[in-house]
Ligand binder design. Structure first.
Ligand code: PRT
Ligand code: MG
Length: 217
């Protein structure tokens, strides 16, 4: 049996076409089913639904053989023990720094003030500000980061941005782009060896189905 870990929502939705290219169809809709283990049309392949942040952990310890996870989540997890063969180019967004529209970020950074930064992504934020030589106090949050600068909890947030609508709705502005983010295929290294025959064709089919970069030439 090959077990694929996915999270509900954009990762599940955007992985479906890749699975289809591998001849795999999930037989139940996670939005209506309460099941956490979903069968597929292939008797030897099943999907398990886990929290997005738990996908790397499931794959690391062999609770799943492979999974799809955002680069953000992968960096925060550390990626230890995971084979990462493919950037799937799905669930694309960016990791950015945002502040209240009336906060003078450039001056705060220039004057070497200690910046209070709220984020779910402490590893990425710590590394980013350290590389700029900016002193930060990191405040770990698990959601609704946008609220932190509005309530005085923090001067800035580090969060994912895709359309920018959430920032706009909360009167925040993006002041720096830290990195582009997309989702990766991660594979348990022992499973890759032991279940080669089942896993390789899935990796190859995904590789062929990945959206090709628009040509620049
Ligand atoms: O939502 P839940 O708490 O269950 O878990 P999660 O947020 O970890 O999972 P999910 O499904 O929301 O995100 C899974 C992965 O999708 C992330 O790890 C990213 O790699 C990727 N992704 C792509 C995004 C976004 N785009 C995105 N826009 N994840 C989150 N967002 C959020 C962002 O945090 C912000 O609150 O959407 C809001 C901004 O969106 P815009 O369009 O208003 O800019
Ligand atoms: Mg979310």
């Amino acid at each position: 049996m090959i077990t694929l870990a996915l999270s509900k929502g954009r990762i599940f939705d955007e992985t479906l076409p890749l699975l289809k290219a591998a001849g795999i169809e999930v037989l139940e809709d996670p939005d209506t089913s309460r099941k956490l283990i979903l069968p597929t049309n292939q008797p030897g392949v099943r999907v398990v639904l886990v929290r997005a942040t738990d996908v790397p952990t499931y794959v690391e310890y062999g609770g799943a053989d492979l999974g799809v996870t955002g680069k953000d989540t992968l960096i925060e997890h550390g990626g230890q023990g995971l084979y990462q063969p493919l950037d799937l180019k799905i669930a694309a967004c960016r990791m950015s720094v945002a502040v209240r529209a009336d906060f003078d970020y450039a001056s705060a950074v220039r004057q070497g003030s200690r910046l209070k930064v709220a984020t779910k992504y402490t590893a990425i934020a710590r590394e980013f500000f350290a590389s700029k030589g900016v002193h930060v106090d990191l405040i770990k949050l698990y959601g609704s980061m946008e609220l932190a600068p509005l309530t005085g909890l923090a001067d800035a947030i580090v969060d994912l941005v895709s359309t920018g609508n959430t920032l706009k709705a909360n009167h925040l502005v993006e002041v720096e782009r830290i990195m582009d983010i997309s989702s990766r295929l991660v594979v348990n290294q022992a499973a890759l060896k032991l279940k080669q025959a089942g896993i390789r064709p899935i990796i190859d089919a995904f590789a062929n189905a990945i959206q090709k970069e628009p040509s620049t030439s």
